[in-house]
Ligand binder design. Structure first.
Ligand code: 13P
Ligand code: SF4
Length: 313
């Protein structure tokens, strides 16, 4: 069998299993093209958590990284959430631990703990509210001006939000190794190569690179912007997987990826055979201690509520 026929056979098997299990396949925008194509829904972290919360499927196959599948389980414990490859973790999520957050809370007793969804369930359980890259700015902007904030775990997103909102923020020193590789020199080089192109950048990137960009956006924000914009060329400074969706949705426009160094190996672990295996064997089921799940649900639900308010404003 050639590769195309093999892929076709795998897609047919996935479709059959998806029906049998009453399953929905959710894929993050950084997933491999073949996975994005087979998914019922593609999106950024916020869009995927809203979808996971609202679906009436019995099974959610989460094609992304572990914290995303955990968020789906935290919101919908009655559903079976499967992560096809258990090693698909997020190094940034593992950088913040509950004990360290408790220590920061002791040091800054009046501060609100705002935790990026790229975090463990234990970290979320210590938090007042979660944010994603799509709503962090809006949620912080809606807080009183004198509200102190402990921001966990992404120091780059935190620095950007601090600069934009002028709030007093205590930043956890975590980072995304993929976005940290995006340097101002890379942005300058691409701008020289494509002088007419707009630069879209993800806020997990360092502030020095953000300053050279036209738009700072979540991956979902980039998809929305690319559709609406009149620009014909865009330099995309985030993980390379997003190019697949951008190009598919806007075939008449050109998307230039910032650098092949901006690749997340963890987002590339899931392939079609893993989805088949997950649905055939109902593996790997995401679970956690119930007390942690219940505590972690509170800041996520607050985020979803606040996000609705931002959209209405
Ligand atoms: P988005 O929420 O913008 O998709 O980014 C999340 C992320 O970095 C996943 O690694
Ligand atoms: Fe984590 Fe960065 Fe990979 Fe996103 S791109 S999953 S933040 S390591």
């Amino acid at each position: 069998m050639d590769i195309q026929s093999e892929n076709k056979a795998m897609i047919e098997r996935i479709n059959q299993l998806r029906k049998e299990r009453n399953a929905v396949i959710l894929a993050h925008n950084y997933q491999l093209g073949e996975v994005q194509e087979v998914a019922g829904f593609n999106g950024d972290s916020l869009e995927l958590s809203i979808k996971a919360n609202n679906t009436d499927a019995d099974v959610i196959v989460f094609c992304g990284v572990k914290f995303m599948a955990e968020t789906a389980h935290i919101l919908s414990p009655e559903k079976t959430v499967l992560l096809p490859v258990m090693e698909a973790g997020c190094p940034m999520a593992d950088m913040a631990d509950a004990e360290g957050i408790r220590k920061m809370k002791e040091e800054h007793p009046g501060a609100l703990v705002i935790t990026y969804v790229n975090s463990t369930a234990e970290a979320k359980a210590e938090s007042d509210i979660c944010v994603t890259s799509a709503n962090a700015l809006g949620i912080v902007q809606n807080l009183p001006e004198d509200q102190e904030i402990i921001f966990v775990p992404d120091t780059n997103l935190g620095t950007y939000v601090q600069e934009q909102t002028k709030r007093k923020m205590y930043l956890w020193p975590g980072y995304c190794p993929t976005h940290l590789r995006i340097t101002p020199e890379m942005v300058k080089r691409r701008k020289e190569e494509y002088p007419g192109a707009l630069v879209l950048i993800h806020p997990e990137s360092p502030l020095s690179a953000l300053r050279l960009a036209d738009e700072v956006l979540s991956t979902g924000g980039m998809c929305g912007f690319a559709k609406k914009s009149d620009a014909k060329q865009m330099i995309v400074a985030t993980e390379m997987g997003l190019i697949h969706r951008l190009q598919k949705e806007n075939p008449e426009k050109q998307f230039i990826h910032i650098s092949e160094q901006a690749t997340c190996p963890f987002m590339k672990l899931i392939r079609l055979p893993d989805i088949i295996y997950a649905l055939e064997n109902m593996e790997h089921v995401i679970s956690m201690p119930e007390d942690i799940r219940v505590k972690a649900k509170i800041p996520i639900e607050r985020m979803l509520e606040e996000s609705k308010k931002i959209q209405r404003d």
